[in-house]
Design a protein around this ligand. Structure first.
Ligand SMILES: Nc1ncnc2c1ncn2[C@@H]1O[C@H](COP(=O)(O)OP(=O)(O)OP(=O)(O)O)[C@@H](O)[C@H]1O
Length: 339
């Protein structure tokens, strides 16, 4: 059995002249909560629609739960719960009656256990109290939870959720996120798209970043945290000697600062800030696989080398690129970072 819940190779979708999804190689590990992150229009929904067989791919392959798609749709879909663009609920039917209708449309679902399935799914998303209320009178958050209940009518190995908190107020957002955490805690793989970096940071173990139809990076969230470029900052009255030492141990120093530094709290008269790039700017899963950062010295070795050569070190810091900056670098676009 493959240890990937979703795997694609060169998956592509063209709408006439426009390439909506451009040859992506996704690898979503089983048991992960995989955040599919990208700005609006970057191709997330189109990818999800291809994975679920709602639209055909122009090129490339996709495997879902170890089965080739769309050939294996009938076998795979019963094991996949999906929330894509909110299911169409009948507003004049109760929440429970809506779920019963969806359940009845599933040929794998036995009618004799329908009532129990519906009640359990409503309970799971905290809607038991509103089971008899008309769906049209539900709040947006309740409708979204009803959609999740619909995805949970049967036991699932994989949940595919397209922007599940879109349009929700903060309370509804919190509820839906905590539900997603509870699904993951049960061992279900969750593939969730979002344009919110904060959401992915809070929820996900893995992340894939889309930009203009391309998957520009993917990996664990921890890999992303470690992947940004770092800079060494040395506050010293001996900037020329410091630069010479940094260059000797293989760091590329920045051009000399134009003026002595006054901002740093520890800066004294004549102190200057010498800076150098510590690690290469690389992304997990990116195509530049060679890793020049592996040869670079550890931070403590930098300090030791400076002191050994008599450089007076009055301040030392490693500054890491923030995750937000990292995503902006990758996508070339600003992200909504709140939410
Ligand atoms: N049926 C279609 N016909 C033509 N173009 C489409 C169609 N569906 C999507 N597109 C285009 O493909 C691109 C990717 O859209 P998609 O909806 O997949 O992005 P997204 O990342 O999900 O964005 P959003 O968060 O806004 O939904 C967009 O430029 C969109 O206009």
């Amino acid at each position: 059995m493959s240890d990937l819940a979703i795997q694609t190779h060169g998956l592509t979708k063209r709408f006439r002249a426009q390439v909506a999804v451009d040859g992506i190689d996704l690898a979503v590990p089983r048991g992960s909560v995989f955040g599919f992150l990208g700005p609006n229009g970057s191709g997330k929904t189109t990818t999800i629609r291809m994975l679920l067989g709602l639209v055909g791919a122009t090129a490339g392959t996709a495997r879902v739960l170890g089965t080739d798609m769309p050939k294996g749709l009938d076998d795979v879909l019963p094991r996949v719960g999906a929330l894509v663009e909110g299911p169409a609920f009948a507003p004049f039917l109760s929440g429970a009656a809506n779920l019963a209708r969806f359940d009845a449309a599933d040929r794998h679902a036995s009618p004799s256990t329908r009532g129990r399935r519906v009640a359990e799914a409503l309970d799971r998303v905290g809607l038991s109290h509103a089971a008899r209320k008309k769906a049209g009178a539900y709040s947006l958050g309740m409708k979204q939870r009803l959609g999740l209940a619909n995805a949970l009518l049967m036991p699932r190995d994989l949940l595919v959720l397209d922007e599940p908190t879109n349009g929700l107020d903060p309370q509804g957002t919190r509820e839906v996120r905590s539900l997603i955490r509870s699904f993951a805690a049960d061992g279900t793989t969750v593939f969730v798209s979002s344009h919110l970096l904060a959401e992915v940071e809070q929820l996900c173990t893995h992340v894939g970043v889309m930009s203009a139809g391309r998957l520009v990076a993917q990996g664990t969230l921890d890999e992303f945290r470690r992947s940004g470029a770092s800079r060494v900052e040395v506050l010293t009255p001996d900037p020329d000697a410091a630069r010479a030492v940094l260059a000797r141990i293989g760091l590329v120093t920045d051009a000399a600062a134009a003026a002595p530094v006054e901002a740093a709290a520890s800066a004294g008269d004549g102190d200057a800030l010498v800076t150098a790039a510590l690690s290469d700017d690389r992304a997990p899963g990116g195509r530049a696989a060679d890793d020049p950062a592996a040869d670079q010295p550890a931070a403590e070795a930098v300090v030791a080398a400076l002191v050994r050569d008599g450089v007076r070190v009055r301040g030392f810091a490693i500054r890491r690129t923030s995750l937000e900056q990292r995503f902006v670098e990758l996508t070339g676009e600003g992200f909504d970072v709140v939410g």
